[in-house]
Design a protein around this ligand. Structure first.
Ligand SMILES: Nc1nc2c(ncn2[C@@H]2O[C@H](COP(=O)(O)OP(=O)(O)O)[C@@H](O)[C@H]2O)c(=O)[nH]1
Ligand SMILES: [Mg+2]
Length: 632
C-alpha cells in the first residue's frame, strides 16, 4: 500500500548534521529558537514541509540530538512513519545514534533511511568503517534492510540519491487508520499574533474537521476548532498521518504539549496499564516489583510505578508483561506504544505496547489472555477481545477496542463467525458479536434462573424481563441484556410473551395445564364460587389461584369482571348472546329479568350487567338497561 502524505522524523547524535540535512532537503532552517541559533544546537523539535519530486508531500520533524533533550525528541518522534537516521562520517555511531534507533523501534516505526553525513570531511576508508558500524547497529532490529546513503550538505554530494531512497521507502508505508476516532498528541501550543491559540501535532488516527467541539485530555477542557492547516494550507479536514496546526478557541486552561486533542467522549482516561515491555540490551537496569519509571506516551511524560507480571524480573534484552500504575491519568488505548526511562539519572530503559488500559486495577489477568492480545495476528486479537467481552459488541465497538480499521475488522469478524469462534447476533436490525463462552454461560445462567422461578411460581407464565436482567445480567445495561435475551429467544431456549420470559420447554410441557383447565371449568358458570372456595376445591392457595386466573385471562380463556370475580370466556359470551337476544325482542331489561335469564343470583347479575354497560353492550336508563346503540 502507498500513502499520499507521510511524516519523516530525524534521529541521530548531536552535531551529526540533522538540521543541516533538513535545510538542504527542504530549504527550511528548523532551529527556530533564538537560543538554538546562538548555540548552534537544536533544543526542541522543528518542522519543515518536504515536497518530493514524485509529487508526494511529506513533513519532516527535526529532533534534537543532545542527550538532555531526548524528552523533546520523544515528543517529536511519536506518530512518524519514516526515520531519517543521520550518522556523521567523522564520529560514526555514537550514544544517541543507538538510543534513537532503539526508541524508534520501540515506538513501532518500521521504516528508515540512513544518511552518512559529512563525507567531505573524511576519506573513503573511514566511510566504509562507519558503514560497518551502522550495519552492526541495525542488524538486530526492524531497520536491518534500511538503505544507507552517503551525503555531504557542504558539497551537495549524494543528496539526490537520498531523496530517491526516501521516495522508494515511502511506497512501503501503510496509511494510518482514518476510520477510528481522531487523536492528536499536541507537540506545540502557542499564541499567534492576530490569530489566537494554535496547537500542532501529528494526527495519530481519524479525521479532524472544523465542525463540532473538541476536547483536551486529560483536563477535559472543551474547545472549538476555527481553522485547520496542513503544511501551511487551510483545509476543511486533516487526515491521520498528517502534520496539523489548529487554531482553537479554548474555554479553560490552555492546551500544553502532552495533551491530546480528541472528539468528546471517544477516549477515556486511564490510571493503569497492562503492557508488554522490552528492556533494551544496553540498559543497565532490571525491572522489578514497584520500580519507579518515567513513561512517555504521545507527547506526554508521566511518572509510573511498574511491577512485572511475568517474568517476575525483566533483565536487559528481555521482554515481559508488566502492570504500570500511573501517577496521572493518560488517554491510552490498546496497542499504543510508550517509552520507559529511569527516574534519575534519566536513561532510556525500554518501552512497550499497551495491552489493557483500565480506569481501575484489574485483578484477574491471565498470561494466555496477554499472549493473545500481544499477537500480531488481528484475527487472534479480535477473537480474544470480542470473545471475552462480557457483553455483545458492534463492529464499531470491535474497531475501537482492537484499534483496527473497519475493513480489516469486518473481514476478521466474518472469518471468526464462519469458524464458530465468535457468535453473531442480530437484534433490532443491528449486528452484534459475542464469544461462545459468554453465550454458553449466559444460556446456563438464564435457564437456571428461570427454571428456579418456574418452580417457585408454578402458575405464572414466566418472569418479567426486568427481573431477568437484574437476576442474570446485573452488570449489563438493559439494552445489552435485551440483545442477549433476544438471542436466547431466537435460538428457542426461552420464549417471550408481553414482557414475560419463560423457558421454551416449560411452556410446551405446561405443567399447570391441567390445573388451568380445571379452574377454567369451575368458572364456566354464571355462579362461580368465591376464590377461597375455588382454591380449596383444587387444593392450592389463593395466591396461586390468582396467578392461574391471570394466566387464563392473558390467554383469553377467562374474563375478570370485578376484583376477584372471574367468569370463563365461554360463560361471558353465552351471557352476552342471551342479553342481546332478549333486548332484540323486548327492547329493555331489568336486573331481576337478567338474573332469571342467566338462572343466577343478584350477586352475579349486577356485576355482569355493569360489565356489559362498561363494554357498551347495554346502557343504563333509570331502572332498566337498553341496547347501547339502540333507541327505545
Ligand atoms: N563539512 C560538513 N559539515 C557539516 C555537514 N553537515 C553538517 N555539518 C556541520 O555540522 C554541524 C552540526 O550540524 P547540525 O545540522 O546542526 O547537526 P545536528 O545537531 O545533528 O542538527 C554544523 O556546523 C554543520 O555546518 C556536512 O555534510 N559537511
Ligand atoms: Mg539539530
Amino acid at each position: 500500500m502507498s500513502v499520499s502524505h507521510f511524516v519523516i522524523g530525524t534521529a541521530g547524535h548531536i552535531d551529526h548534521g540533522k538540521t543541516e540535512l533538513v535545510k538542504a532537503l527542504t530549504g527550511t532552517d528548523t532551529d527556530r529558537l533564538a537560543e538554538e541559533k546562538r548555540r548552534g544546537i537544536s533544543i526542541d523539535i522543528g518542522f519543515a514541509s518536504f515536497f518530493l519530486p514524485n509529487g508526494l508531500e511529506a513533513s519532516i520533524i527535526d529532533v534534537p540530538g543532545h542527550e538532555r533533550f531526548v524528552k523533546n525528541m520523544l515528543a517529536g518522534s511519536t506518530g512518524i512513519d519514516l526515520l531519517l537516521l543521520v550518522v556523521a562520517a567523522d564520529d560514526g555511531v555514537m550514544a544517541q545514534t543507538t538510543e534513537h534507533v532503539a526508541i524508534a523501534g520501540l515506538l513501532g516505526i518500521r521504516f528508515a533511511v540512513v544518511a552518512i553525513t559529512k563525507i567531505d570531511m573524511v576519506d573513503e576508508d573511514r566511510v566504509l568503517e562507519v558503514q560497518v558500524e551502522i550495519d552492526e547497529l541495525l542488524s538486530r532490529g526492524v531497520f536491518k534492510n534500511a538503505p544507507v546513503l552517503k551525503v555531504s550538505t557542504k558539497t551537495g554530494l549524494g543528496l539526490e540519491g537520498l531523496i530517491e531512497a526516501i521516495e522508494k521507502q515511502s511506497l512501503e508505508l501503510d496509511e494510518r487508520p482514518t476510520d477510528l476516532p481522531p487523536r492528536l498528541p499536541i507537540d506545540r501550543s502557542f499564541i499567534l499574533q492576530g490569530a489566537g491559540r494554535i496547537v500542532t501535532g501529528t494526527l495519530w488516527s481519524g479525521v479532524l474537521t472544523t465542525t463540532g467541539l473538541l476536547e483536551l485530555l486529560p483536563s477535559g477542557t472543551s474547545c472549538r476548532p476555527r481553522h485547520i492547516e496542513v503544511r501551511g494550507q487551510k483545509v476543511s479536514k486533516a487526515l491521520a498521518g498528517q502534520r496539523v496546526a489548529i487554531d482553537l478557541t479554548v474555554s479553560g486552561p490552555a492546551p500544553r504539549r502532552g495533551d491530546f486533542l480528541v472528539t468528546p467522549a471517544t477516549f477515556s482516561l486511564v490510571n493503569e496499564l497492562v503492557a508488554k515491555v522490552r528492556v533494551l540490551p544496553e540498559a543497565r537496569v532490571e525491572l522489578k516489583k514497584r520500580k519507579k519509571v518515567r513513561l512517555y506516551h504521545g507527547t506526554r511524560e508521566v511518572f509510573a510505578t511498574l511491577s512485572p507480571l511475568e517474568p517476575k524480573q525483566i533483565l536487559p534484552g528481555q521482554t515481559g508483561y508488566v502492570r504500570l500504575r500511573l501517577a496521572e491519568p493518560i488517554a491510552a488505548v490498546f496497542r499504543d506504544r510508550f517509552i520507559l526511562r529511569s527516574v534519575s539519572p534519566i536513561t532510556t530503559i525500554g518501552g512497550g505496547i499497551v495491552l489493557e488500559a483500565a480506569g481501575d486495577r484489574r485483578a484477574d489477568i491471565s498470561i494466555s489472555h496477554l499472549d493473545a492480545l500481544a499477537d500480531n495476528d488481528d484475527n487472534r486479537v479480535i477473537e480474544e477481545l470480542a470473545g471475552r467481552s462480557q457483553y455483545p459488541l458492534t463492529t464499531e465497538d470491535v474497531n475501537l477496542t482492537a484499534q483496527i480499521g473497519s475493513a480489516a475488522t469486518d473481514g476478521a469478524l466474518k472469518e471468526l463467525v464462519d469458524d464458530g469462534r465468535i457468535i453473531e447476533i442480530s437484534s433490532w436490525k443491528r449486528t452484534y458479536y459475542v464469544g461462545p463462552q459468554i453465550i454458553d454461560a449466559g444460556g446456563r445462567d438464564l435457564r437456571r434462573f428461570i427454571s428456579d422461578y418456574h418452580h417457585e411460581h408454578a402458575y405464572d407464565f414466566g418472569v418479567s424481563k426486568e427481573i431477568v436482567r437484574q437476576g442474570v445480567w446485573p452488570e449489563l445495561s438493559s439494552s445489552q441484556a435485551d440483545i442477549l435475551l433476544d438471542y436466547f429467544v431466537s435460538v428457542g431456549i426461552v420464549c417471550l410473551n408481553e414482557g414475560q420470559v419463560a423457558l421454551a420447554d416449560h411452556v410446551k410441557a405446561d405443567p399447570a395445564a391441567t390445573m388451568l383447565a380445571g379452574v377454567q371449568e369451575l368458572i364456566n358458570t354464571f355462579s362461580p364460587p368465591k376464590l377461597s372456595a375455588l382454591a380449596a376445591e383444587i387444593d392450592i392457595d389463593e395466591s396461586e389461584l390468582r396467578s392461574l386466573l391471570k394466566r387464563l385471562e392473558s390467554q383469553d380463556r377467562a374474563v375478570r369482571v370485578r376484583a376477584d370475580l372471574y367468569f370463563s370466556t365461554e360463560a361471558i359470551d353465552e351471557a352476552r348472546d342471551r342479553l342481546i337476544d332478549y333486548l332484540a325482542g323486548a327492547g329493555e331489561i331489568t336486573v331481576s329479568r337478567f338474573k332469571e335469564l342467566l338462572e343466577t343470583t343478584r350477586k352475579y347479575a349486577i356485576p355482569l350487567i355493569e360489565y356489559f354497560d362498561q363494554q357498551k353492550v347495554t346502557r343504563r336508563d333509570g331502572d332498566v338497561r337498553v341496547k347501547e346503540d339502540g333507541l327505545t
